[in-house]
Write a protein that binds this ligand. Structure first.
Ligand SMILES: O=C[C@H](O)COP(=O)(O)O
Length: 271
C-alpha cells in the first residue's frame, strides 16, 4: 500500500526491523516473543501491515522454531546473503540455507554492507539473482551519504544505485521487489529525512521503475523509508503516497516501540 493522507493504501505496507549485530539467539527469542504478544494484545491486523524482523544469522534457527511452534504471523529474513550458492566461500551464507530456515526476505546492499564491506551495485545485482534462485524476496537498500545530499545529487545517485542493482530483472521480479531508501546520514544518528524527502525519493524510485518497465509494474513495487524511524515520526513518514513502510534499525530492538511503529495507522494524520 502506498500510504495516503486518507489512511488508505495501494500496496500492503511492510514494517521491517533490522536488528543489525544485536541480540544473540536467546535475547532474540525473548524480543520476538514480546513483539508477537504485544501485537496480539493490540489485535494487530497483519493483512493491513506486514511485520518482518531481520535477526543475525545465528538467531535464525531459533526464530524459525518459535515462529513455527507458536504459529506467529511475524515473518523474517536475513541481513545479507552470498551471491554464490555453495563452495569455498568461508564465512559467507547461501540463500539456499536461508530458504531452508524459512526466511521470506533478505536484505541486499544495506548501506553498512556498502560502506564497511565495499559492496557494489554489481555485487548487489548478483545477490538479488541469488535470492531469486532460492525463492527469497530481496529488500534492496539504496541511498546517499551526506556529501551527495549536500551537493544536491541524492536523487541521481540513488537512482543509479537502483538501476545498477536491478539490471536484467524481469517485470515480475521488479513487482515483487522491496526497495528501501535509506539516506546514510539519517541512519542511527537521530537525523530523520523529512516526510517530504522520503516521499520525493520514493516517487523518484517509482518513476524510474515506470520508465524502465511500465506503470503496472512500478505500481506494485513497495518502497520503504529507513533512517531513525520511531513511533513518534512514522505517522508523518508514511503519509507520503509512495512510501509503503519502514526499515527500522535501533527502534526495532524494543518490542513495544517496534510494535507501535508496526501499528503506524494510529499515528497517521488523516485529512
Ligand atoms: O536498517 C535500518 C536502517 O539502517 C536504519 O537504522 P536506524 O533506524 O537505527 O537509523
Amino acid at each position: 500500500m502506498t500510504s495516503q493522507t486518507d489512511g488508505t493504501f495501494d500496496r500492503t505496507p511492510l514494517i521491517a526491523g533490522n536488528w543489525k549485530m544485536n541480540m544473540d539467539h536467546v535475547q532474540g527469542i525473548a524480543l520476538l516473543q514480546k513483539l508477537a504478544w504485544t501485537l496480539d494484545d493490540a489485535k494487530h491486523d497483519y493483512a493491513r501491515a506486514e511485520v518482518a524482523v531481520f535477526p543475525p544469522f545465528t538467531d535464525l534457527r531459533s526464530v524459525q522454531t518459535l515462529v513455527d511452534g507458536d504459529d506467529l504471523r511475524v515473518v523474517y529474513g536475513a541481513q545479507d546473503l552470498s551471491d554464490q550458492d555453495s563452495g569455498a566461500y568461508t564465512g559467507d551464507i547461501s540463500g539456499q540455507f536461508l530458504a531452508k530456515l524459512g526466511c521470506t526476505y533478505v536484505l541486499v546492499g544495506h548501506s553498512e554492507r556498502r560502506t564497511i564491506h565495499g559492496e557494489t551495485d554489481a555485487l548487489c545485482n548478483a545477490k538479488i539473482a541469488a535470492a531469486h534462485r532460492h525463492g527469497l524476496v530481496p529488500v534492496l537498500c539504496v541511498g546517499e551519504g551526506l556529501e551527495v545530499r549536500q551537493a544536491g545529487e541524492h536523487v541521481a545517485h540513488t537512482l543509479e544505485q537502483l538501476r545498477g542493482s536491478i539490471a536484467g530483472l524481469d517485470a515480475q521480479r521488479v513487482a515483487e521487489l522491496v526497495v528501501a531508501y535509506e539516506p546514510v546520514w539519517a541512519i542511527g544518528t537521530g537525523e530523520v529525512a523529512g516526510p517530504e524527502d522520503a516521499q520525493e525519493m520514493a516517487a523518484a524510485i517509482r518513476a524510474e521503475l515506470a520508465s524502465l518497465y511500465d506503470d503496472g509494474t512500478a505500481a506494485k513495487t513497495r518502497v520503504l523509508y529507513g533512517g531513525s524511524v520511531k513511533s513518534s515520526n512514522v505517522g508523518q513518514i508514511l503519509q507520503g503516497k509512495d512510501v509503503d513502510g519502514a526499515l527500522v534499525g535501533g527502534a526495532s530492538l524494543d518490542a513495544e516501540e517496534f510494535a507501535s511503529i508496526a501499528r503506524f495507522e494510529q499515528h497517521l494524520v488523516t485529512d
